[in-house]
Design a protein around this ligand. Sequence first.
Ligand SMILES: Nc1ncnc2c1ncn2[C@@H]1O[C@H](COP(=O)(O)OP(=O)(O)OP(=O)(O)O)[C@@H](O)[C@H]1O
Ligand SMILES: [Mg+2]
Length: 236
Amino acid sequence: MTGMLRVSNMTAGYGALRVLHGVDLEVGAGEAVAVLGANGAGKSTLLRCLSGLLAFSGEAFFLEQPISGVAPHRIVRRGLIQVPEARHIFPDLTVLENLLVGGTAVPHRRDRMQVLEEVLALFPILAERRRQQAGTMSGGQQQMLAIGRALMGKPRLLILDEPSLGLAPMVVRELYQAVRRLIGTGLTVLLVEQDVTLALQVVARAYVLEGGRVALTGSATELRESTHVREHYLGC
Ligand SMILES: Nc1ncnc2c1ncn2[C@@H]1O[C@H](COP(=O)(O)OP(=O)(O)OP(=O)(O)O)[C@@H](O)[C@H]1O
Ligand SMILES: [Mg+2]
């Protein structure tokens, strides 16, 4: 398995508050892996470190290159692209314009148009609404747009931070069908979720983060059957 992302002994926090305490994590090329954990476990903090927004100690390599000390835009340029928790779409721009913003780093117009076609095929609702002002769409549609915009940058590794957050169950189901299709294309995905049941339906394996430490890791099947996961996350 080629290493796409490799994190070892990552420690980070905010001022005197230490949030991550020596996290180890790996994602191979073509894998779909989840980071699961309750509110405040440190999931987004981990992602902030990976995107160059927060300093950390320990090591992190993306495609064998260190991440530490690298500017966020350079990390994106290398192909590590995140969809943050708070989607950050441009509400006044149309769906199409939002998508094209995500493609600005792809140098050739023909490549951009090709990726656009793929994104619109993955999310037909975005094709249907391409002329609509993005801010007038539902939360679920905006989440799809945020993912579509990230895809426009041709990620080598796509990271999703709690895509289901704040969405109605029906919308979540639709969104996750799209995430599953996306994973099916062979794209490497790191999915961060609080909803353990949902995430374990689409990824092959996962890490469970508790208090800034990896408490448990294993295949989706192993985790679904783990007593700890059942008691603490599945309520059964
Ligand atoms: N900018 C910040 N400044 C200070 N403390 C922060 C900051 N962001 C997060 N924290 C603290 O760090 C801890 C971990 O937060 P983090 O956002 O990483 O959790 P999370 O696992 O993503 O949770 P959630 O599922 O709610 O998004 C929490 O105690 C939080 O209060
Ligand atoms: Mg978070």
